[in-house]
Design a protein. Sequence first.
Length: 195
Amino acid sequence: MATTSSKASSSNASSSKASSSNKHNPLAATPGTKGIDPRGPRFGATLTLITLTADIILLLAGPQLSSTNSILANLATPASILLLLIVIVFAIGAFAGIGKHPYGAIFKKFIRPNLSAPGELENPKPPTFAQLIGFIITLVGLVLALFGLTTGAFVAVAFAFVAAFLNSVFGYCLGCQIYVLLVRAGIVGRGSATA
């Protein structure tokens, strides 16, 4: 009797594995659309994580921003210059699309040729939306830095750092998940078959 019940439970386990592996991935590219290698945005998140870490260090230990400084004086600090570059990289990803992202170009040229094909391709819209969120957050941080509000700039950079960390280390794209929720709510992506 124990043998029959163990066979039944093993059959149930394998069928539940099969059904969970057949679960629809809301980030996957839909048939007929051009998808992207999901490892590309994760590679980009790693580079973003490195630059955000450097910016946090510069905000904490570098030349101090001050509300008594002019905007140009605050812009001339290493933390603000690096943050400006981060904002520009996010802007390219958000407005030109994830396919034009500078980190994506590095991934395609140097990393992707050394990897096997991905299991499935990802819809480029969620990572592009994530770039928009990163752009907005880091732009707010830059504006706060230009006005000498170091704590506010640090908080904005820390938010971007957490999102980049989640994507880089765990493969969890927070901006992508927000995009999927907004599509399900009918706020973005109306009329499209994405997510």
